[in-house]
Design a protein. Structure first.
Length: 256
């Protein structure tokens, strides 16, 4: 029997401190627009007639989805039932299914508990900075980058919401914070628009959302999101086919 020993894989081999730090720093510019958004949610929790302050803040930890939680608070305060509220949250958070699908194959060697933790912190900002990471980089770097970005957002988000709950009442009414939510998503959109399908999705979705701004129950925004996704997806299919044909033509020319 050989005296050579098989190498033992370290239990923390999935963690890369360099990737974690890079993700932490990459998410810093995106957290600034979330500051007023967190205040908006905190103020909404404070003013809610259904949800207490501590229950509302605790739900931030469990749900960790500001737009969905804001919609849920509005629905509950308007007298909506649990089923309607849950469906509202599900519809708003459905985009996270696409986030997960886009990153699903990038962490195959990472332990399941770590991937589950990554799915918990996979919110809009974390996805926006993680998705462009070069897939040639090692998986531990990539998953650590996601966790670093998520940890930064999670920490500051909880702080902002708590501050909104207890400090929102002292802000002058003239300090309207209604711009917070669209400002945050505008920043995310600017990061995502890096190719022609992204431009088409943004234009189509934005136009329909503006046209349907007066539709009831925010239906215009929902239809705009769906239309933008469909338009962007179709544009991506077309551009991918064109790129494939161009590559085939180039290969045929080279073979000659």
């Amino acid at each position: 029997m050989s005296d050579r020993q098989m190498p033992v894989r370290s239990q923390d081999a999935w963690f890369d401190s360099t990737g974690f730090g890079a993700g932490f720093r990459a998410n810093a510019p995106l957290i600034l627009p979330a500051l007023p958004f967190g205040f908006v949610l905190g103020v909404a929790i404070n003013e809610s007639v259904v949800v207490s302050n501590w229950a509302g803040w605790a739900s931030c930890i469990v749900l960790f989805a500001g737009s969905a939680q804001l919609a849920a608070l509005g629905a509950l305060d308007d007298g909506a039932g649990i089923v309607v509220t849950v469906l509202t949250v599900w519809m708003i958070n459905a985009r996270h299914i696409m986030y997960s699908a886009a990153l699903a194959g990038r962490f195959n060697s990472i332990p399941r508990p770590v991937r589950l933790l990554g799915s918990y912190v996979l919110m809009d900002q974390a996805f926006a900075v993680t998705e462009p990471i070069d897939t040639a980089k090692p998986e531990p770097y990539r998953v650590s980058f996601l966790l670093g970005a998520g940890a930064f957002a999670w920490t500051f988000w909880q702080t902002y919401v708590l501050a909104g709950i207890f400090l929102g009442n002292v802000l002058p009414e003239s300090w309207s914070l209604d711009f917070a939510v669209p400002l945050m998503f505008l920043g995310l959109m600017m990061l995502a628009i890096n190719n022609s399908p992204g431009v088409i999705a943004a234009i189509v979705g934005g136009l329909i959302a503006v046209i349907g701004a007066d539709w009831s129950s925010g239906l215009g925004l929902l239809v705009g999101v769906i239309a933008g996704m469909v338009a962007g997806g179709l544009a991506d299919v077309v551009t991918s086919k064109e790129a494939g044909l161009a590559k085939e033509t180039e290969s045929a020319g080279t073979d000659r």
